[in-house]
Design a protein around this ligand. Sequence first.
Ligand code: B12
Length: 216
Amino acid sequence: MSIAKLCHAVETGSKKEAEDIARDLLNQNINIQETADQLTSTMQKIGDRFARLEIFLPGMMESAQTMTLAMNILGSKILESTSKGEYASKKAGKVVLGTVKGDLHEIGKNIVKLMLEANNFEVKDLGYDVDSMQFIKEAEAVGADFIAASSLMTTTMPHQKEIIDLLKDRDLRDKYKVVIGGAPTSQEWADRIGADLYCPDAGSSSKLMAALLQRK
Ligand code: B12
């Protein structure tokens, strides 16, 4: 069994096959980050096909569900090894994480959560379609270090800016590091809206966020 086969199962929305392959891959000691990266490229291809009207919403949904099933299996392994790890009780930082208002895409956000937890961050996951003010209320409630916001659509990216504007309005901007991500976002967008950090993928997020916290 190979990662390429798993990508193919996700492309075709073959759920049972994907679960079997994911379980098999676990026994092969594969690199989970690399697997997640390849699956992300597969989802990008699916999105491109959707944009070209080669597939329709149900097809995109089947693939999304298949990827979620596979990542749930692969993710359980990472978390199991982390909780038994040497540094299990030492938290790297507290993160309030969610997908912005109007946006239901959560697969990427869930992988970010997994990678952060695997690296000893404490994550409060607010889910998707999260109101900008909700990010702030939760960050205040849990004493977060980071507010991390995902956006997958050009139409919802402005809510990442809204979170920063609301923080400024309330004199809270310096209290939190605002991290943004999601396929249509970029370093340029992060600079434009005044975010503290942009991460292109889940794998880099824990390293970049830990480094940012040290500079605080
Ligand atoms: C799967 C998918 C769906 C699924 C979502 C299922 C779910 N539970 O999440 C379903 C089928 C429900 C869906 C619905 C829709 N979708 Co959609 N979808 C996609 C698709 C194919 C893949 C997204 C994905 O999961 N990628 C895999 C993950 C792992 O990648 P990722 O999210 O980029 O995350 C990685 C990094 O970006 C980063 N990251 C992500 N977030 C964050 C956050 C932080 C803080 C950090 C540090 C890092 C980080 O880490 C992740 C892992 O490395 C994309 C195509 C694409 N190019 O992205 C379209 C896409 C995003 N969808 C699109 C559209 C149009 C829609 C719909 C409007 C379709 C419709 N007509 O109804 C609806 C919108 C619903 C809504 N209101 O949100 C468009 C958006 C176009 C735009 N305006 O920008 C896209 C780009 C497809 C296209 N090319 O047209 N979609």
